[in-house]
Design a binder for this molecule. Sequence first.
Ligand SMILES: [Zn+2]
Length: 211
Amino acid sequence: MTNPDNDRSFQRWLNKAAEVTGFRMSTEERQRNLEQQKYARCEKWKAELLNYSPKVVFMLNHLRLSGCPIPPSSIICAPCDSTRSGGFHPAGAIILCQGHFGSKKHMEDTLTHELVHVYDHCKFSVDWHNLRHHACSEIRANSLSGDCRYMRELGRGYVSFSKQHQACVRRRAILSVRANPACPDTASAERAVNEVWESCFSDTRPFDDIC
Ligand SMILES: [Zn+2]
């Protein structure tokens, strides 16, 4: 014999538990919920970085001074395929891939990376179909953003310490140029990066030095 009162309170408890644990949600609902959480976290970190990250604030100031201001509304959190962490559109928008960031620091590096591309596009009339132009901006973006900090590399399984920063910048720049639709093969990407390496690696504008 079950007591109907107990039954009702058990049902209430069950409903509450379902709300809290999400165990009654369909896979689709759970997926949507997860994306909403990632989006909310991305927006929260974005707001914090736009206000408090020295290098993001520095880049935004230099973009404003260069006549290419990037308003917060042009920095967009969105789901992307798993291979990317961010991207930028020459019209002046940046995508942050909301599911990709394990930490705010990682998002800070990605945002700075994309802001360097926006800066190059603004200051140097970059032709993104020209592999040498693209290579130059990738070398600068990877070098200046913090993408190639030692611990980040360690996390990826690359542990050689000597010349580690340069090797990381070179490797990541080649991968990005290789992904350019105008790039026919890896050899062309490597050649483009090698050809512009000296001048672009040493060009740290608008930073005084690699940070
Ligand atoms: Zn890039």
